[in-house]
Design a protein around this ligand. Structure first.
Ligand SMILES: Nc1ncnc2c1ncn2[C@@H]1O[C@H](COP(=O)(O)OP(=O)(O)OP(=O)(O)O)[C@@H](O)[C@H]1O
Ligand SMILES: [Mg+2]
Length: 406
């Protein structure tokens, strides 16, 4: 089961694997999220209730009881860095064993010890180097004297993670694994070829835009920006002097990414705040409000891409997910502003609920399940070694001390 606690919606997706390990989506539940700002929990009670509602709806639909979930993590506090570990191969005959791999990954972790107020969410080995030869995916059984690993480490602020876990716990479900949201979204919509070649996953949700860069098959950079589709909606509300609910409807029904996309003569009906009577306005007026805010979002993404140093290494371009990816013309606008080919990413899955979750809005939720289900050889090693055990141990301890100590 995947649990995505977003800024606009809490979403639970239920899946069942078949004998071949193929995932079938059998249930889904969503509820409006009121206690989350920019990807971070700000209201424990509101978020707990939203989780309970979404879990209940998903359970009803799938006809199962949900006990454990794979939990998505997001928010501006997320940081990521590369780290390298080096060890001497322990065995006399220089055959590399599992223990050497554990030691070298541990060395990479030690080389990047996070500040005391941060926790490691992922430690993902990307590439092993045996006696200077890089590009080794699985070194176990090979001969060598020196083993190195290039790992990618994702960290988050302990307190924010603890608050998130507290809500989940209070809603009566157990978080079995934490997964960075853009990593999950990427799992749902990117092909292996794109991930090998170099690709940017951009999830533009309601309160955040998150970025995951993939190269050589794995994640190499991640960041979460505190801006999203909700900013577009509030601009529309202010610009057209209409309530937020009306602005949201206008955006979804008539919105488009650029003013040039709105044809001459097209009109929209706007109900101004405090009145009942609709005004007729050119659709272009709406597009002229959306365009600059979307440009701002893309400009922030572009700055992140440049800062990451990976901008020239993304031949597979940009894949957009999240609700805002449904905005008409967004792929063209992304191509134009980011100078990269772009497409909208839609999760492709099977099962009775497959068509419902086949939308960029559910990329994160579906990806959480796929991330946990796909047992790639290196993925398993990563999972085994990525320290989530200690993460949960420490954060749970922390939550307990907090709740008992007042
Ligand atoms: N057809 C559409 N056109 C434009 N925007 C849309 C459309 N459908 C949904 N949105 C926008 O998508 C946003 C919600 O997206 P999503 O469900 O991915 O966010 P979230 O996961 O709750 O939030 P976040 O990931 O930022 O925490 C809202 O701002 C909504 O207005
Ligand atoms: Mg989201």
């Amino acid at each position: 089961m995947g649990l995505d606690i977003g800024t606009t919606k809490v979403c639970v997706i239920v899946a069942e694997p078949d004998e071949e390990g193929e995932v079938h989506i059998t249930g889904m539940g969503t509820s409006p999220s009121t206690g989350v700002r920019r990807g971070v929990v700000v209201d424990l009670d509101g978020t707990t209730r939203a989780i309970e509602d979404a879990v209940e709806a998903a359970e009803r639909m799938a006809g199962v009881k949900i006990a454990g979930v794979v939990l998505g993590v997001s928010g501006e506090h997320i940081a990521s860095q590369n780290s390298r570990g080096v060890v001497a191969v322990s065995r006399g005959d220089h055959e590399i064993g599992e223990s050497d791999v554990s030691r070298v990954v541990e060395a990479a972790r030690m080389a990047a010890i996070p500040a005391s107020d941060r926790e490691i969410i992922h430690l993902l080995p990307r590439d092993f180097v045996v006696d200077g030869q890089d590009g080794v995916k699985n070194p176990v059984g090979m001969y060598g004297t020196r083993l190195e690993v290039d790992a990618h480490i994702v960290t988050g602020a302990s307190t924010f993670l603890a608050n998130l876990l507290k809500c989940v716990q209070r809603a009566g479900v157990e978080a079995e694994e934490l997964v960075l949201e853009p990593l999950a979204s990427g799992e749902a919509v990117l092909s292996q070829a794109e991930r090998e070649l170099g690709v940017a996953l951009v999830d533009i949700g309601g309160g955040t835009s998150s970025l995951g860069l993939f190269l050589g098959g794995g994640l190499c950079h991640a960041a979460v920006l505190p801006i999203g589709g909700h900013h577009i909606t509030s601009d529309i509300a202010v610009g057209l002097r209409t309530p937020i609910v009306e602005a949201e409807k206008l955006k979804i029904r008539h919105g488009c990414a650029t003013a040039a996309m709105a044809a001459e003569g097209e009109t929209i009906e706007v109900v101004p705040i405090g009145t009942r009577e609709a005004r007729i306005l050119p659709r272009r007026v709406l597009a002229e409000i959306i365009e600059p805010r979307l440009s701002e979002i893309f400009a922030m993404i572009k700055t992140q891409l440049r800062r990451s140093g990976y901008a020239p290494l993304l031949p597979a371009g940009v894949v957009a997910t999240g609700g805002t990816a449904l905005l008409r013309g967004i792929a063209d606008a992304a191509t134009e502003q980011l100078d990269l080919p772009a497409r909208v990413g839609v999760p492709e899955v099977s099962g009775s609920m497959a068509d419902v979750v086949g939308s960029p809005i559910y990329a994160t939720g579906v990806g959480l399940i796929l991330h946990a289900a796909r047992k790639r050889p290196t993925g398993r090693a990563a999972h085994h070694l990525d320290g989530t055990g200690t993460l949960f141990g420490r954060i749970r301890q922390w939550v307990r001390e907090f709740t008992q100590g007042g």
